[in-house]
Design a protein around this ligand. Structure first.
Ligand code: F6P
Length: 537
């Protein structure tokens, strides 16, 4: 094995630097540097990013930036923005940033400027969204559409459902939105249980239009709709598609006029700013959708142009490397103190783990270092009454991202003050803890003292924004997208393919006929055979 990363000078320098800092307490780091907050805060692109409560010094950041330089980070980033085929395993460009670039910009793929195509689709989406929102698009029986059901999975579901929940405040409340993803029939059944087909629009969202779950749900939706509407021509008024695969869309029976396209240079988990966002646009309207794209673009520009030491996604990505590869942290928690962001951690799980869960470098060698941190989270304050115990007093190191907003969308005093006080307090408690001496001063019985000690030294970042809005949601999503890219560059892996999901899909295709035909001979391993037999009985 000839991995260059762990032999590189910056990596070795970080390794020896780690030895000098691994036992340092965040409290001491603050005592030693009265300007620590100024040194470790970036207030750019409308995001106040405080990373002072990390187990780092200025030297750490300097060495991590050296590592980025060693991996030619800037050249790799510029290659992404300019449409080079950096997704080398699939020979594709990676241009989710072009989806939110303004009209008139130019980005070329194989000599073709893709921006006019992007805006043509956006205009078509806007036209369609307006028709649904102003009720001029009529269903088969002449009634306007009241319910929108997005059928998709992975990136064709998680982005839309997260954005719908996040931006519900801005949504048209006379429309109902449902999201069906699971191949479990109960997901579909419950989603349409109280809906009438003549007022329902299905958006079949699938980049490939071949995904088992989505196609099964789409067929079930068609059967459900036709049971009520009878006439097959009704499909044209009640089904639209979002896909890159026009052939399969047509085969399914959807008029290509009712198809919203995107391109192979948009990865599934990077597609919420592509036509996959159609349900979002219907919910919040084209103008606010464009505000969201503006937010994405603003963060893209920050990432593309800000100096690396003032670059939010760069610092986030490098901190991820620091904890994963030097402290051996296995997970990263993300806690939005904003209830509307309740699906944000689930969305981030696909973005981060499908992108970074790889053991093979770009050259096809096995890494000799850990990649792909496990992301997880729940909105605050709920998590505080559940799993925070383990973060405060457990034996594992779990870096935390806190995300908060100064203003609530629903100003009901004193809720917002309580919410944000809790977010700030959690970061303080994690970092500074409570010593045995402090516990004793409270007159606590001696035998309880060890149980009441908080060691502190638990790292966290705080992202503070003004108020949740389409624009700010766009910024947050782009910020995490780019932090994933940074980690991919350092680890020398391809964050834009997902070969690891294939094997299970293929094996399921073998097993389906074996479950359906009880006589079919089976020849798997003993455990798999026994499970199939159990189901068959
Ligand atoms: O199975 C993983 C995956 O390929 C994801 O990357 C993707 O977002 C999801 O399936 C859905 O794919 P599609 O949009 O093609 O249906």
């Amino acid at each position: 094995m000839s991995n260059t990363l762990t032999n590189s000078a910056p990596w070795l320098a970080l390794k020896s630097h780690f030895e000098t800092i691994k036992n340092a307490h965040i409290k001491t780091l603050f005592e030693k540097d009265s300007k620590r907050v100024q040194h470790f805060t970036i207030n750019e692109a409308g995001i106040y990013f405080d990373f002072s409560k990390h187990r780092i010094t200025e030297k750490t950041v300097e060495l991590l930036l050296d590592l980025a330089k060693e991996k030619s980070f800037e050249a790799r980033r510029d290659a992404m923005f300019s449409g080079d085929k950096i997704n080398i395993t699939e020979n594709r460009a990676v241009l989710h940033t072009a989806l939110r670039a303004p009209k008139g910009a130019e980005v070329f793929v194989d000599g073709h400027n893709v921006l006019p195509d992007v805006h043509e689709v956006l205009d078509k989406m806007a036209d369609f969204s307006n028709k649904i929102r102003n009720a001029s698009w009529k269903g088969h029986t002449g009634k306007p559409i009241k319910n929108i059901v997005n059928i998709g999975i992975g990136g064709s579901d998680l982005g839309p459902v997260m954005a719908y929940e996040a931006l519900k405040y801005f949504s048209n409340r006379s429309l109902t939105f449902r999201y069906v993803s699971n191949v479990d029939g109960s997901d579909f059944a419950e989603a349409v249980n109280d809906l009438n087909a003549d007022e329902t629009l299905f958006i079949i969202s699938s980049k490939t239009f071949t995904t088992l779950e989505t196609m099964t749900n789409a067929q079930t939706a068609r059967a459900w709709a036709l049971k009520q509407l009878i006439d097959p021509s009704a499909i044209a008024r009640h089904f639209v598609a979002v896909s890159t695969n026009e052939k399969e869309v047509v085969k399914f029976g959807i008029d290509p006029q009712n198809m919203f396209g995107f391109w192979d240079w948009v990865g599934g988990r990077y597609s919420m700013s592509a036509a996959i966002g159609l349900s979002t646009m219907i919910a919040i309207g084209p103008d606010q959708y464009h505000e969201m794209l503006k937010g994405f673009h603003e963060m893209d520009e920050h990432f593309r142009t800000a100096p690396l030491n003032k670059n939010i996604p760069v610092i986030m990505g490098l901190l991820g490397i620091w904890y994963n590869n030097f402290f051996g942290a296995q997970t990263q928690a993300v806690f939005p103190y904003e209830n509307y962001l309740k699906r944000f951690p689930a969305y981030l799980q696909q973005l981060t783990m499908e992108s970074l869960g790889k053991h093979s470098t770009l050259k096809g060698e096995n890494t000799d270092y850990q990649t792909g941190t496990v992301y997880w989270g729940e909105p605050g304050t709920n998590g505080q009454h559940s799993f925070y115990q383990l973060i405060h007093q457990g034996t594992r190191l779990i870096p935390v991202d806190f995300i908060g907003f100064k203003k609530s969308l629903n100003n009901i005093p004193p809720h917002q003050d309580y919410l944000i006080a809790n977010m700030i307090a959690q970061g303080e408690a994690l970092a500074f803890g409570k010593t045995a001496g402090e516990v004793r001063k409270e007159g606590i019985a001696e035998q309880l003292v060890p149980h009441k000690v908080f060691e502190g030294n638990r790292p966290s970042s705080t992202f503070f924004l003004d108020q949740l809005s389409p624009e700010n949601l766009g910024k947050l999503v782009a910020m995490y997208e780019h932090s994933v890219f940074v980690q991919g560059v350092i680890w020398d892996i391809n964050p834009f393919d997902q070969m690891g999901v294939e094997l299970g899909k293929v094996l399921a295709q073998n097993i389906i006929p074996e479950l359906q035909d009880k006589q079919k001979p089976i020849a798997h391993d003993f455990s798999t055979n026994a499970l199939i037999e159990f189901y068959r009985q």
